[in-house]
Design a protein around this ligand. Structure first.
Ligand code: URA
Ligand code: SF4
Length: 250
């Protein structure tokens, strides 16, 4: 299906979803996520490829992350939070670290910030199951303090492995710690966001294939500063365009 043969209902739902994400209106009824069932035009992977990725991700979690004690966060965590979603995802979101709810449940982005992330995903015309969601750190820093440099250094090889297994077409880095880690930059998120960067899975600038990466504001920041949601939405629209997803009507 191309963006030109979208039904009016589909376009209307996407328009309302974007308004809901932006906080322009609360939609009192439960809208179907998409009028037309099934994922929009995202690169598809074969069942064998998906099974292979699931197995490799599962092994990384079970054999390395769940028992990890490479940094002191292992002493205070309740559960590790590996990340979840489709191992065949074309789009991957990377946040900072588990918070209170994530640490309890062992799942990424399930608290208040996660609810806004869900709205952002749905506004893009996708479902959470279509994408992959994880964090730079797999364990919660006490009282949600900022991740320390040594914790990021200890943990980010897991993230690089996840990216290497999933091979997403595009990555969205949510907030400064994720953007700075993946781009090896010291710039603020306000400077980094708004344009696509090259992420090198090799960890070395210019070496190996690059994956486009869009830094944007973290949903927890957007909850505190709702006036910035429009900028985040324009970042996500650039990601949609890059993925060839149907764009909301202007
Ligand atoms: N904030 C994050 O960065 N990640 C989560 O999983 C939850 C909140
Ligand atoms: Fe290991 Fe990462 Fe947890 Fe530290 S934060 S203990 S490196 S999984």
């Amino acid at each position: 299906m191309s963006s030109t043969d979208e039904s009016p209902t589909e376009a209307l739902i996407q328009y309302l979803r974007a308004d809901e994400m932006l906080g322009v209106r609360d939609i009192p009824i439960r809208l179907p996520e998409r009028a037309v069932p099934g994922s929009p035009r995202l690169p598809q992977k074969s069942a064998e490829e998906v099974a292979d990725r699931d197995e490799r991700l599962g092994a990384l979690d079970a054999e390395h992350v769940k028992s990890c004690a490479k940094c002191s966060l292992s002493e205070t965590r309740t559960k590790t939070v590996f990340g979840q979603g489709s191992s065949a995802a074309a789009l991957m979101f990377v946040g900072e670290a588990p918070g209170f709810d994530e640490d309890r449940q062992g799942l990424a982005f399930v608290g208040k910030a996660g609810q806004l992330l869900s709205k952002m995903i749905v506004a893009m015309g996708l479902k959470r199951e279509d994408v992959y969601i994880c964090n730079v750190l797999k364990c919660r820093p006490p009282n949600n303090r900022d991740p320390a440099a040594d914790e990021i250094a200890a943990c980010c090889p897991y993230l690089y492995e996840q990216i290497g297994i999933i091979e997403p077409s595009i990555i969205v880095a949510l907030g400064a710690p994720a953007a700075r880690t993946l781009l090896q930059s010291k710039q603020g998120i306000g400077r980094l966001r708004g344009r696509l960067h090259d992420f090198f899975a090799s960890g070395i600038e210019g070496v190996g294939p690059a994956i486009p990466l869009m830094p944007t504001y973290h949903p927890a920041y957007l909850l505190r500063s709702p006036g910035e949601k429009g900028k985040a939405w324009s970042d996500l629209q650039a990601v949609m365009e890059r993925l060839g997803l149907p764009m909301p009507k202007k």
